[in-house]
Design a protein. Sequence first.
Length: 159
Amino acid sequence: MQPLKIYRKRIIPAECVLLKDDLIVKADDRMIVTKWNTLKPKAAFSHGVSCYFLEHGIKVSKFYRGDGSLLYWYCDIVDYELNEKECVLTVTDLLADVIIYPWGEVRVADLDELADALDRGVITSQLMSSCLRRLHFLLSLIYRDKFERLQSVFNDLGL
Protein backbone atom coordinates (compact mmCIF):
# COMPACT_ATOMS: atom_id res chain seq x y z
CA MET A 1 0.00 0.00 0.00
CA GLN A 2 1.33 3.41 -0.93
CA PRO A 3 1.76 6.12 1.72
CA LEU A 4 -1.03 8.60 2.25
CA LYS A 5 -0.60 11.96 0.50
CA ILE A 6 -2.27 14.95 2.14
CA TYR A 7 -3.25 18.03 0.16
CA ARG A 8 -4.28 21.33 1.76
CA LYS A 9 -6.91 23.05 -0.33
CA ARG A 10 -7.81 26.69 0.27
CA ILE A 11 -10.91 28.44 -0.98
CA ILE A 12 -9.61 32.01 -0.51
CA PRO A 13 -7.09 32.31 -2.03
CA ALA A 14 -7.81 29.33 -4.30
CA GLU A 15 -4.92 26.88 -4.06
CA CYS A 16 -4.18 23.22 -3.48
CA VAL A 17 -0.79 22.26 -2.05
CA LEU A 18 0.72 18.83 -1.43
CA LEU A 19 2.03 18.70 2.13
CA LYS A 20 4.95 16.59 0.94
CA ASP A 21 7.18 17.21 3.93
CA ASP A 22 4.58 16.50 6.63
CA LEU A 23 5.42 13.39 8.65
CA ILE A 24 2.45 11.18 9.51
CA VAL A 25 2.84 10.13 13.14
CA LYS A 26 -0.43 8.22 13.47
CA ALA A 27 -3.31 7.39 11.15
CA ASP A 28 -6.51 5.43 11.63
CA ASP A 29 -10.17 5.69 10.64
CA ARG A 30 -10.81 8.51 13.14
CA MET A 31 -7.73 10.72 12.90
CA ILE A 32 -4.45 11.52 11.23
CA VAL A 33 -1.65 13.12 13.26
CA THR A 34 1.23 14.91 11.52
CA LYS A 35 4.41 16.80 12.40
CA TRP A 36 5.47 19.64 10.12
CA ASN A 37 7.65 22.65 9.53
CA THR A 38 6.21 25.83 8.03
CA LEU A 39 6.02 25.84 4.24
CA LYS A 40 7.30 29.42 4.19
CA PRO A 41 9.47 30.92 6.97
CA LYS A 42 7.48 32.80 9.61
CA ALA A 43 8.76 35.08 12.35
CA ALA A 44 6.21 33.95 14.96
CA PHE A 45 6.41 30.16 14.55
CA SER A 46 8.51 27.54 12.84
CA HIS A 47 6.89 24.14 13.26
CA GLY A 48 3.99 22.27 14.72
CA VAL A 49 1.85 19.20 14.99
CA SER A 50 -1.68 18.70 13.71
CA CYS A 51 -4.50 16.23 14.21
CA TYR A 52 -7.16 15.84 11.56
CA PHE A 53 -10.28 14.67 13.43
CA LEU A 54 -11.97 13.06 10.45
CA GLU A 55 -15.36 12.42 12.02
CA HIS A 56 -15.72 16.00 13.30
CA GLY A 57 -14.35 18.02 10.36
CA ILE A 58 -11.81 19.74 12.59
CA LYS A 59 -8.04 20.09 12.33
CA VAL A 60 -6.36 20.98 15.61
CA SER A 61 -2.76 22.19 15.48
CA LYS A 62 -0.14 23.19 18.01
CA PHE A 63 2.03 26.02 16.67
CA TYR A 64 5.50 26.23 18.18
CA ARG A 65 8.02 29.06 18.23
CA GLY A 66 11.57 28.38 17.05
CA ASP A 67 12.63 27.81 20.67
CA GLY A 68 10.06 25.01 21.07
CA SER A 69 7.62 26.95 23.26
CA LEU A 70 3.89 26.81 22.47
CA LEU A 71 2.63 29.86 20.58
CA TYR A 72 -1.02 28.76 20.44
CA TRP A 73 -3.50 26.08 19.46
CA TYR A 74 -4.98 26.73 16.03
CA CYS A 75 -8.20 24.99 15.03
CA ASP A 76 -9.38 24.91 11.43
CA ILE A 77 -12.86 23.93 10.38
CA VAL A 78 -12.32 21.64 7.40
CA ASP A 79 -13.90 19.27 4.95
CA TYR A 80 -12.26 16.06 3.75
CA GLU A 81 -12.23 14.10 0.53
CA LEU A 82 -10.50 10.72 0.64
CA ASN A 83 -9.53 8.96 -2.58
CA GLU A 84 -8.71 5.50 -1.24
CA LYS A 85 -7.62 4.18 -4.64
CA GLU A 86 -4.98 6.92 -5.04
CA CYS A 87 -4.29 7.09 -1.26
CA VAL A 88 -4.92 10.85 -1.28
CA LEU A 89 -6.63 12.94 1.38
CA THR A 90 -7.65 16.43 0.30
CA VAL A 91 -8.38 18.72 3.24
CA THR A 92 -10.39 21.82 2.36
CA ASP A 93 -10.01 24.74 4.76
CA LEU A 94 -13.51 26.13 5.32
CA LEU A 95 -12.04 29.43 6.53
CA ALA A 96 -13.52 29.60 10.05
CA ASP A 97 -10.76 29.27 12.65
CA VAL A 98 -10.45 29.22 16.42
CA ILE A 99 -7.21 30.23 18.14
CA ILE A 100 -6.58 29.26 21.77
CA TYR A 101 -3.70 30.98 23.53
CA PRO A 102 -1.74 29.34 26.37
CA TRP A 103 -3.26 31.78 28.91
CA GLY A 104 -6.80 30.68 27.93
CA GLU A 105 -7.94 33.45 25.60
CA VAL A 106 -10.11 32.14 22.73
CA ARG A 107 -10.47 34.00 19.44
CA VAL A 108 -12.76 33.07 16.53
CA ALA A 109 -11.29 34.26 13.24
CA ASP A 110 -12.07 34.69 9.56
CA LEU A 111 -15.87 34.47 9.64
CA ASP A 112 -15.86 37.44 7.26
CA GLU A 113 -13.91 35.34 4.74
CA LEU A 114 -16.47 32.56 5.13
CA ALA A 115 -19.26 35.04 4.32
CA ASP A 116 -17.24 36.35 1.35
CA ALA A 117 -16.86 32.80 0.03
CA LEU A 118 -20.63 32.29 0.17
CA ASP A 119 -21.29 35.68 -1.46
CA ARG A 120 -18.83 34.86 -4.27
CA GLY A 121 -20.39 31.43 -4.80
CA VAL A 122 -17.17 29.53 -4.09
CA ILE A 123 -18.86 27.49 -1.36
CA THR A 124 -22.40 26.16 -1.25
CA SER A 125 -24.95 26.99 1.41
CA GLN A 126 -24.80 23.31 2.41
CA LEU A 127 -21.04 23.55 3.00
CA MET A 128 -21.52 26.83 4.90
CA SER A 129 -24.09 25.15 7.12
CA SER A 130 -21.76 22.22 7.72
CA CYS A 131 -18.93 24.61 8.59
CA LEU A 132 -21.06 26.48 11.12
CA ARG A 133 -22.21 23.23 12.76
CA ARG A 134 -18.61 22.05 13.08
CA LEU A 135 -17.60 25.42 14.50
CA HIS A 136 -20.45 25.18 17.02
CA PHE A 137 -19.29 21.69 18.05
CA LEU A 138 -15.71 22.91 18.58
CA LEU A 139 -16.73 26.03 20.51
CA SER A 140 -19.05 23.94 22.68
CA LEU A 141 -16.12 21.73 23.66
CA ILE A 142 -13.93 24.76 24.39
CA TYR A 143 -16.53 26.66 26.43
CA ARG A 144 -17.48 23.57 28.46
CA ASP A 145 -13.80 22.93 29.31
CA LYS A 146 -13.75 19.77 27.20
CA PHE A 147 -11.03 20.85 24.75
CA GLU A 148 -8.64 18.50 26.58
CA ARG A 149 -10.44 15.64 24.80
CA LEU A 150 -8.84 16.86 21.58
CA GLN A 151 -5.56 17.81 23.26
CA SER A 152 -5.18 14.35 24.77
CA VAL A 153 -4.26 12.91 21.36
CA PHE A 154 -1.12 15.06 21.34
CA ASN A 155 -0.33 14.29 24.98
CA ASP A 156 -0.72 10.55 24.44
CA LEU A 157 1.79 10.71 21.58
CA GLY A 158 4.20 12.94 23.51
CA LEU A 159 3.74 15.84 21.08
